[in-house]
Design a protein around this ligand. Structure first.
Ligand SMILES: *[C@@H]1O[C@H](CO)[C@@H](O)[C@H](O)[C@H]1NC(C)=O
Ligand SMILES: *[C@@H]1O[C@H](CO)[C@@H](O)[C@H](O)[C@H]1NC(C)=O
Length: 397
């Protein structure tokens, strides 16, 4: 019995990893074939395991109530939601092989499923997410993504689903606030509410999500400050909060998140200085703080760090560009444009391993542009609108 029980989490873990891989693939379009093979294997496994189970009538009733609140006019995905056994051939529904309860709802409006190819279009759905979904108390994942038209709010009862690991509503028209007791979801690894109309503040309980690996709240209307104890989210690898109305300072506790590789706080109203400790993080690769109201100077630690994509554009950053480039400096992107930087371009840039795209335009820099790498491949647009920068590719000094 125990060994059977132990199997379930590892199966779930596999699904979560597939999920995170898929997300990264979407954005980075890397290693596409490998991951889709993994995903197909997962789906085949699901199909095989769910075929032998049938769902309890109460789960079936909850699914039908969930369906009744949604309208999907073009693909007919809910046409398959008929018959007694909701674990068998109900589109997007799968059950736990052990408990025979509904474990996953996976409805993606953008997918390569044949149903979409046949209709020659992406999905579109209206309606709302019925609180009846909370009666499916063994749910492990809820993915209702990219349907563009689903409105209403997040049912607050969602926080009473003790087994929920993935909650993904990206790309709809969901409004209202994130449930204040979201922190109860102790198993949650993925919270993706990006591209909706979510308002209100980040609930203080969010930092209690001790399993959270992937947080994506981009492109909503979330206001208020980032919780000071954000660094409690020890499992987090991606924190994407771009395009909201967040204000206040960047909590320095973020630097305690050992696994954090992507931090995107761009296009908010954040103020204060950049915590120097961000440059000391073990695996931080992307730091996007562009389009805020950040002041102070660039911490030297950011220059000789693991960061390879650094966008600090369109802030109120002052001082000089720290002259501390070294072999650890490897920048695919370093965008410092539209700030108030002064002084010269640092001489140590020639010691950097790589600087691909550099933009220091629209500042108050002065003096000769250093000759040689990494400046020899850059165009004038990287340097224009400064006080007195000169030399190639600008005019001679
Ligand atoms: C976070 O969890 C702790 C321990 O379970 C609890 O005491 C605290 O009230 C929670 N915080 C919030 C803001 O919900
Ligand atoms: C950096 O951020 C600015 C402002 O949001 C944006 O316009 C620019 O494209 C970004 N730079 C790069 C290289 O992505």
């Amino acid at each position: 019995m125990l060994s059977l029980r132990e199997k379930a989490p590892s199966f779930r873990e596999t699904q979560i990893y597939i999920y995170i891989y898929r997300e990264r693939e979407r954005e980075r379009e890397r290693m596409a074939t490998f991951f889709s093979i993994t995903a197909i294997l997962g789906i085949v496994l699901l199909a095989v395991t769910s075929a032998v189970n049938s769902c309890p009538p109460s789960d079936r009733a909850a699914l039908l109530a969930f369906k009744a609140a949604l309208q999907e006019p073009y693909l007919g995905i809910f046409n398959s939601w008929t018959g007694i056994d909701c674990c068998h051939n109900w589109y997007g529904v799968s059950c736990d092989p052990m408990t025979r309860r509904v474990a996953d709802i996976t409805l993606r409006g953008e997918s390569e499923d044949p149903i979409f190819e046949k209709a020659h279009r992406a999905g579109y759905m209206t309606g709302y997410i019925s609180p009846a979904i909370c009666k499916l108390t063994r749910l492990s994942s809820i993915i209702i993504a990219d349907w563009k038209g689903i409105s209403g709010t997040i049912p607050p009862c969602i926080t009473s689903l003790p087994f929920l690991r993935i909650f993904d509503l990206i790309g709809n028209k969901i409004s209202g606030e994130i449930p204040s007791d979201i922190g109860r979801l102790s198993r949650l690894t993925v919270l993706n509410l990006a591209d909706n109309y979510i308002s209100g503040t980040i609930p203080r309980s969010l930092t209690n999500l001790s399993s959270l690996m992937h947080l994506d709240l981009r492109n909503n209307r979330i206001s208020g400050t980032l919780p000071r104890n954000f660094g409690k989210l020890r499992m987090l690898s991606r924190a994407l909060l771009s395009r909201n109305q967040l204000n206040g300072e960047i909590p320095s506790s973020i630097s305690y998140i050992y696994r954090l590789s992507d931090l995107d706080l761009s296009l908010n109203q954040l103020s204060g200085e950049i915590p120097a400790s961000l440059g000391k993080m073990a695996v931080l690769a992307t730091l996007n703080l562009d389009g805020n109201k950040i002041s102070g100077s660039i911490p030297p630690s950011l220059i000789d760090s693991t960061i390879s994509i650094l966008n600090l554009s369109r802030n109120g950053i002052e001082g000089v560009i720290p002259d501390v480039f070294g072999p650890k400096s490897y920048f695919m992107v370093m965008d410092l444009s539209y700030n108030s930087l002064r002084g010269q371009l640092p001489k140590t840039t020639s010691l950097a391993s790589f600087i691909g795209h550099l933009d220091v335009s629209h500042n108050h820099l002065c003096g000769p542009i250093p000759v040689g790498s990494p400046f020899d491949h850059l165009e004038a647009s990287s340097f224009v609108y400064n006080d007195c920068l000169c030399g190639k590719p600008l005019s001679a000094c």
